[in-house]
Ligand binder design. Sequence first.
Ligand code: 13P
Length: 340
Amino acid sequence: MTKGDLAQTALDLVPPGKGILAADESLGTIQKRFDRINVQSTEEARRSYREMLFTTPNLEKHISGVILFDETIRHATTEGTPFTKVLSQRGILPGIKVDKGAKALAGFPGEKITEGLDGLRERLTEYRELGARFAKWRAVITIGEGIPTGTCIAANAYALAQYAALCQEVGLVPIVEPEVLLNGDHDISRCAEVSERTWSSLFTALHRHQVMLEGLLLKTNMVLPGKDYPTQASVEEIAEVTVSSLRNTVPPSMPGVVFLSGGMSYLEATERLNAMNVMGDHPWQLSFSYGRALQETALDAWQGDSANVPSGQAALYHRAKCNGAARDGRYTKEMEAEAA
Ligand code: 13P
């Protein structure tokens, strides 16, 4: 794996018309998703649900890569084909979540640090052998009274940078994901300030750890008012503020920003991504790496019943198609009518 191969893989994850499906819910998170449809999270239920997602007809037209969880990268279809093979045969790159979750940051109430660096080189090597081509590590930044502190931002930035350097060493493209949470009653300018501090600190840490920016993607939040802020911002304002904050802090040699949906509705996630791409060309590709915003309608259609697999797949395909268009600034509201 050369530097050129890493850079090519990063570009292959953000081509026109396509983005990433985040299907890397940890055991706790998938339980929460299944609770919504009253399905018990057994290993077989998780495997069948993901088989439905990954065998969706024509998914490769709008999905460039899928992020898997440790359990899922070892799973196979009912016929016994490993999920990694199902995906790569269709030209979809398999990826893997490698962090061990965000834990309380000692001495800093309300703040978190993501764990998982111990033994990471060996785990990454195994994932590469299992077929992964890229990885993801998520850091969580919370906005509140007196937080985030510079200590929390820096500690997470340095963990992300160490993870990214290890990924590139074993030939995996690192997706670095600092997520500034939507929780809170702050306004959009406060989110912009915190997001800029977070991104700026992250790229400083990546530079210090000699991470090659061409072989990396940034996954992050859009810049939004907190979910308890009394007035919502318009789609255009969100698009403009997000792009402006990214331009202030994210180097152009980094090929792409893929947004998380982070509690936005699936329509908001699509419309806001579209608005950013309607603004014109940016220094980086602006695409998606949605979990909930791609899966919610599919999960609701599925209901844990194999008879509903075709409608679950149709729902996923539809959201992937809408977001594939939004990623090029070609999405229209009329596309939603096609779902029926
Ligand atoms: P959401 O789009 O549901 O926020 O999930 C994306 C993700 O991978 C969070 O780490």
